[in-house]
Design a protein around this ligand. Structure first.
Ligand SMILES: Nc1ncnc2c1ncn2[C@@H]1O[C@H](COP(=O)(O)OP(=O)(O)OP(=O)(O)O)[C@@H](O)[C@H]1O
Ligand SMILES: [Mg+2]
Length: 464
C-alpha cells in the first residue's frame, strides 16, 4: 500500500449520529447475532479484503475495540472500518454518520442538478481521499463546470473531513484576508491575535491543517492572476497566493486544498509529480449529459445526430448549453434542426457566451490574440511548425511556444496529438471578433491586421 494511502485511511475517522445509533441497534437485532459474535469482525474484515480464516488476522481497523466503539458511538473510528461494519449491518453509512458541523460553504453553488462527470468525480475522489493529495487544481475554460464539480465533490465526500471551508476569489481578496478567515474558522474563532506577517499566517494555517483533516476550496483563482502578457503570473500584490499554494503542497499535513481556475497558476508545474499535487483539465460534457442539461429547460425535438452535432458545436460546455437551450426553446420553438439550419447560415453567437469569451480574450497578449485569430481562420488543427511557417515566421520559436502554452492554460485552445485547435464555439467567437476588428481598421484607415499574413490566408478561405 502506498504510504499516502495508509496515511489517509489512518487519519480519516467517522462516528454514528444519535439517529444512526438507533438504526444500528435495530439492524443488529434483526441480524440476531450477539454483540460478541466473531462473525461481525470476520465479515467486516472480508469486506476490506482480509479473510480471517485464511490469514489468521483481521483487516486494518477491524477489532473488538473498533466494533465496540462503533456501537457506542462516542468516539470516531477508522473510516474503512466504519463503512465495513455498516455493510455487514446492511446500512448505508451515509445515512447514519454524524454530520460534520464545521462547514462554511461560502458562495458554493447548489449542485442538486448535476449530470455526468462520474469519471472526474472518481478521479478526484482518488486524489483527495485515497491518495491524500494536499493540492488539487481543477482547470478549464469559463462555464465548463469547475465550480460545480468542486462543489459536488465537497458535498459527496464531506464526511471525510472534519472542517470544510469554501471561498471564492472572484473579487480578488488579498491573501491575508483569506488566511485570516480560514484560521479563524479552523480555530473555531479562538485565534484572535493572528501573526502580522504573511509567513506567520501561513504557518498558523498549516498548524490547523495538521491538527484536523480539512478541506479548503478556493474558487475562481484566475481572479488573482495577471491578465495579458503571459498567463499564470500573479497580479501585483497577490504573489502571496503562490506562497500559500507552495506551502500547502510542500509541507506535511493531512488536509487538502482544491483550487479552481481558468488558468494554471505559475509554479504549479514544478510542484506536480512526486509531492501530492494534481491537476485536472476539465473538458466538456458528453452528449447524454449535455442533453440532460437541455431537458432542464423544457422538451426539445431532435434526432440523435442532431443532438450530437449541437452538443459538439458547443464543446459540451454546460454554461453554453444552458444558454443555448433557453434560446432554442424561446426562438426556435424547441426545434434542434431549425436551430442547426440557422447556425449554418450565420456567424452567430449568443450574447452571454460572447460575454464569457470576451472576458477571456481581453486578457490575452497581442501574440496570443494573433494566434487565436490564426487558429480560427485555419479551422483545421495545425501543428507548431506549420503555425510558425505559415503565419508568424518572424516571431521567435520560443515566444510562440510560450504563447501556445499560455493559451492552453487558459483553455482557449486544445491540443490533439501534436496539433492545436479551438473549441467550435471559441472559433466562432474569434471569427466574429476578427471581422469586427477588420471593420474597425478600415474605418480608422489603419490596416494592421488587414495586411497581415493571416488575413491573406483568410481571404483565400472565403471568409470575406
Ligand atoms: N455536470 C453538470 N451538470 C449540470 N449543470 C452543470 C454541470 N456542470 C456545470 N453546470 C452548470 O453550468 C454552469 C457553469 O458551471 P460552473 O459555474 O461550474 O463553470 P466554471 O467552469 O466554474 O466557470 P467559470 O470559469 O466562469 O467560473 C453553471 O450554471 C452550472 O450549474
Ligand atoms: Mg467557476
Amino acid at each position: 500500500m502506498p504510504q499516502n494511502l495508509t496515511f489517509a485511511i489512518a487519519m480519516s475517522t467517522l462516528k454514528a449520529s444519535q439517529h444512526g445509533l438507533a438504526r444500528i441497534k435495530q439492524k443488529r437485532k434483526e441480524k440476531g447475532w450477539t454483540i460478541d459474535d466473531p462473525r461481525w469482525l470476520e465479515e467486516a474484515s472480508k469486506i476490506l479484503g482480509t479473510d480471517w480464516q485464511e490469514e489468521g488476522f483481521f483487516a486494518e481497523g477491524i477489532s473488538q475495540g473498533t466494533w465496540k466503539r462503533f456501537l457506542a458511538g462516542k468516539l470516531p473510528i477508522n473510516t474503512g472500518a466504519f463503512k465495513a461494519y455498516c455493510l455487514v449491518l446492511q446500512l448505508n453509512w451515509n445515512e447514519i454518520v454524524e454530520r460534520n458541523i464545521h462547514q462554511d460553504w461560502g458562495e458554493a453553488p447548489d449542485v442538486s442538478i448535476f449530470y455526468g462527470r462520474t469519471q472526474e468525480v472518481h478521479l478526484l475522489e482518488q486524489w483527495t481521499i485515497h491518495e491524500n493529495c494536499r493540492l488539487v487544481v481543477i482547470l478549464g475554460m469559463g462555464g465548463i463546470g469547475k465550480t460545480a464539480l468542486a462543489a459536488k465533490l465537497g458535498q459527496q465526500f464531506q464526511h471525510e473531513f472534519e472542517y470544510i471551508i469554501w471561498r471564492s476569489l472572484r473579487n480578488a481578496p488579498v491573501v491575508e484576508e483569506i488566511l485570516t478567515e480560514m484560521i479563524q474558522f479552523l480555530s473555531e474563532q479562538q485565534e484572535i491575535d493572528l501573526p502580522r506577517n504573511l509567513d506567520g499566517k501561513v504557518l498558523r494555517l498549516i498548524y490547523y491543517l495538521r491538527l484536523h483533516r480539512c478541506l479548503l476550496v478556493l474558487d475562481n483563482a484566475e481572479a488573482v492572476l495577471k491578465s495579458g502578457d503571459r498567463t499564470g503570473n500573479y497580479r501585483e500584490g497577490y504573489s502571496g497566493y503562490g506562497q500559500l499554494l507552495r506551502c500547502i503542497a510542500e509541507t506535511s499535513h493531512k488536509s487538502c486544498l482544491i483550487l479552481t481556475s481558468r488558468e494554471k497558476p505559475k509554479g504549479l508545474a514544478k510542484l506536480e509529480g512526486e509531492i501530492p499535487v494534481r491537476c485536472l483539465q476539465l473538458t466538456g460534457l458528453p452528449t447524454d449529459a449535455g442533453r440532460a442539461i437541455f431537458f432542464t429547460k423544457g422538451s426539445f425535438i431532435g434526432s440523435q445526430d442532431e443532438w450530437q452535432v449541437l452538443i459538439y458545436h458547443y464543446g459540451g460546455n454546460p454554461l453554453a448549453l444552458k444558454i443555448v437551450a433557453a434560446a432554442i426553446r424561446d426562438f426556435f420553438d424547441s426545434n434542434i434542426s431549425e436551430f442547426l439550419r440557422f447556425l449554418k447560415k450565420v456567424t452567430f453567437i449568443f450574447d452571454d457566451i460572447c460575454d464569457l469569451l470576451d472576458k477571456q480574450f481581453y486578457r490575452l497578449s497581442k501574440l496570443e490574440q494573433e494566434i487565436m485569430y490564426w487558429l480560427a481562420i485555419n479551422r483545421e488543427p495545425i501543428n507548431l511548425m506549420k503555425l510558425q511557417d505559415d503565419f508568424i515566421a518572424n516571431v521567435p520559436h520560443c515566444e510562440i511556444i510560450q504563447a501556445i502554452v499560455s493559451l492552453q492554460r487558459r483553455s482557449l485552445i486544445e491540443k490533439n496529438a501534436a496539433e492545436f485547435t479551438q473549441q467550435p464555439v471559441v472559433m466562432e467567437y474569434i471569427i466574429a471578433k476578427l471581422v469586427e476588428r477588420i471593420c474597425q481598421e478600415i474605418t480608422d484607415e489603419k490596416m494592421e491586421l488587414f495586411q497581415s499574413h493571416a488575413w491573406i490566408k483568410a481571404t483565400a478561405k472565403n471568409y470575406i
